[in-house]
Design a binder for this molecule. Structure first.
Ligand code: FES
Ligand code: MG
Length: 598
């Protein structure tokens, strides 16, 4: 066992405070009651939290219950004392009305735990979509040494000799079901084939994206993000992560040392190269605000748009998580980008070295899966940021624009980046599901489909519902995507080129609340604009009428948290955080530890 020289540990305020011996005794006795010894608690060894996101309610992260054993081994070996505790579960496909609602709740809970208990450092067990940002955001606020351990993706899914990827197969199977090509039983079998093992979604959805970005930000050990959950390397990674957090406490290496503007810009570049999720700008904006870094949405276009798509994973490409790992994972991608001088190589990471030192020389082992920079899957694969008279900001993932879509909407020789058409407006996903196949709506390939009432306040939590399939009668004619625009989000596993995250949302009485079915709307991707083609006076009149009617109507809150979140949440373009929470990053740093509890 290696002993490490310690700086002042915050846990000493609980366990070793001679000036306050009556409270110290109170703090000590209850941790002794399950067998931890006085010597352990009072010998100045760092107390390391294991923020456990795995549970039966969180199948994507459930394997962390197993990995925690190897984490504990590593922590113990370096002289630390592990204390494991649960994090409020967030499971993307199980939580209704949307897991998006719980990211901030999980964040809040974890902040209280990290700040209010005798913890000197923490291992954040990340995986399923929102668990990664929730944990990182909390560590940023409290700013104690923290390292992220990914649970890793599931093994590849297969059906009849073809890879079936999480989520992506659902969007495809829904179209097949709508077109009558498969029945209900085949639908379920096809979807279930994509989930053959423990782990998170094996596509480049929000989970693979956010775990890759946690590594690109420097918050997890190099090479660890892509290891599939059941692989033995994943267990090893847990062990090394446990060892490393103890050293980080000794070095006082904190999230604010790692999560710098350079780190965020690296993450933006990596996100383009991997074909990352449209949820990433939301979560990184939130994380940046909680750590005190200014990261405007426009930075995604400025630093990310021109970067090519290198990683050939579904939904933009064809492969899955196991292939990504074997091809070299995040370090191989970063090494390619470093050769083009696209990475800020001096950004510090959790292992105490820079990302440049970590990734220089990392090899691509399979060029079908991670393409050479000069033979990308797509060029200009990042997001573009749009504005106009319907919203201040929205994003679009251009790397998923299909040839079919490009041919139909973006091939006018006089105006190749623009198109316009009549709007059909849906108020929430129920309205859409209810009406989409109604022929009297008259939806054609010129129709632009709008989804509103799906933002952080309206839904609440912002639902992944903007990617809407066309009516079944168009699908059978070979039309697989219509232009979709909305104030909600879209699953990272969806390949739809939607215009998303429109802010402010309709429920905040943003411009989308004024739109009416039948209005003509023009989309110009080169200018980055979406505009309804009606006179300003008419818009002003509609706004007056809307406000007179009490504003845009949305369903009532169903739980106390929905009501609380709605009263303080911000918009998607600035991370949809609990407004005001960001100031506590500074306060927690100076306040040290909370007051005694008795
Ligand atoms: Fe949990 Fe995709 S649903 S990772
Ligand atoms: Mg999702």
């Amino acid at each position: 066992m290696t002993e490490i020289a310690k700086p002042k540990l915050r846990s000493r305020a609980w366990f070793d405070n001679p000036a306050n011996i009556d409270m110290t005794a109170l703090y000590l006795e209850r941790y002794l009651n399950f067998g931890i010894t006085l010597e352990e608690l009072r010998s100045g060894r760092p107390i390391i939290g294991i923020a456990q996101t795995g549970s039966d309610l969180s199948p994507c992260n459930r394997h962390h219950l197993v990995l925690a054993e190897r984490l504990r081994d590593g922590i113990r070996e370096m002289g630390g004392i592990p204390l494991e505790f649960p994090v409020h579960p967030i499971q993307e496909t199980g939580k209704r009305p949307t897991a998006g609602l719980d990211r901030n709740l999980s964040y809040l809970g974890l902040v209280e735990v990290l700040y209010g208990y005798p913890l000197d450092g923490v291992v954040l067990t990340i995986g399923c979509d929102k668990t990664t940002p929730a944990c990182l955001m909390a560590a940023a606020t409290v700013n104690i040494p923290a390292i992220a351990l990914s649970v890793g993706p599931m093994l590849n899914g297969w059906h009849k000799g073809e890879r079936t990827g999480s989520g992506t197969i659902v969007w495809k199977a829904r179209q097949m079901l709508a077109a009558g090509e498969i029945d209900d039983a085949e639908f379920i079998k096809l979807v279930a084939s994509s989930a053959p093992s423990t782990g998170y979604c094996n596509t480049m959805g929000t989970a693979t994206t956010m775990n890759s970005l946690a590594e690109a930000l420097g918050m997890s050990l190099p090479g660890s993000a892509a290891i599939p959950a059941p692989y033995r390397d994943r267990q090893e990674s847990a062990y090394w992560t446990g060892r490393r957090i103890v050293e980080m406490v000794a070095e006082d290496l904190k999230p604010s040392d790692i999560l710098t503007l350079d780190a965020f810009h690296n993450a933006i570049v990596v996100n383009s190269a991997i074909g990352g999720s449209t949820n990433a700008p939301i979560h990184l904006a939130a994380l940046a605000r909680h750590v005190g870094v200014d990261l405007p949405l426009k930075d995604w276009e400025t630093h990310g748009h021109k970067v090519p798509l290198l990683v050939n994973l579904q939904p933009a490409g064809e492969y899955l998580g196991e292939d990504y790992y074997r091809a070299g994972g995040v370090p191989a991608v970063v090494a390619q980008l470093m050769k083009q001088a696209l990475i800020r190589e001096d950004a510090l990471t959790v292992n105490g070295r820079t990302i440049g030192d970590n990734c220089r020389g990392a090899k691509v082992e399979d060029e079908k899966v991670i393409r050479p920079f000069d033979q990308p899957l797509k060029s200009d694969a990042g997001f573009i940021v749009l504005t106009g008279n319907l919203f201040d900001a929205a994003i679009m993932k251009t790397s998923v624009i299909s040839d079919e879509f490009r041919q139909r909407y973006l091939s006018n020789p006089d105006d190749p980046d623009a198109f316009e058409g009549p709007a059909i407006v849906f108020d929430g996903p129920e309205d859409y599901h209810h009406r989409i196949d109604d022929p009297s709506l008259g939806i054609t390939t010129s129709t632009l489909m709008f989804m509103r009432g799906a933002g952080p306040i309206g839904y609440p939590g912002a639902a992944e519902v903007v990617n809407m399939r066309p009516p079944a009668y168009l699908i059978t004619e070979g039309v697989h995507a219509l232009p979709c625009i909305g104030d909600g989000r879209q699953s990272g596993t969806s390949g739809s080129p939607s215009i998303l995250n429109a802010s402010p949302e309709a429920a905040a009485n943003g411009g989308l609340a004024l739109l009416q079915t039948g209005d003509r709307v023009r989309i110009d991707l080169r200018k980055g604009r979406v505009d309804v083609l009606i006179a300003d006076e008419e818009l002003t009149e509609r706004r007056r009428a809307l406000m007179q009617a009490g504003g845009y109507a949305y369903p009532a809150s169903q739980t106390p948290w929905q009501e609380i979140q709605r009263s303080v949440v911000g918009q998607l373009d600035t991370g949809a955080i609990l407004e005001g929470a960001e100031k506590y990053q500074r306060l927690a740093q100076t306040a040290g530890v909370p007051r005694d509890n008795h």
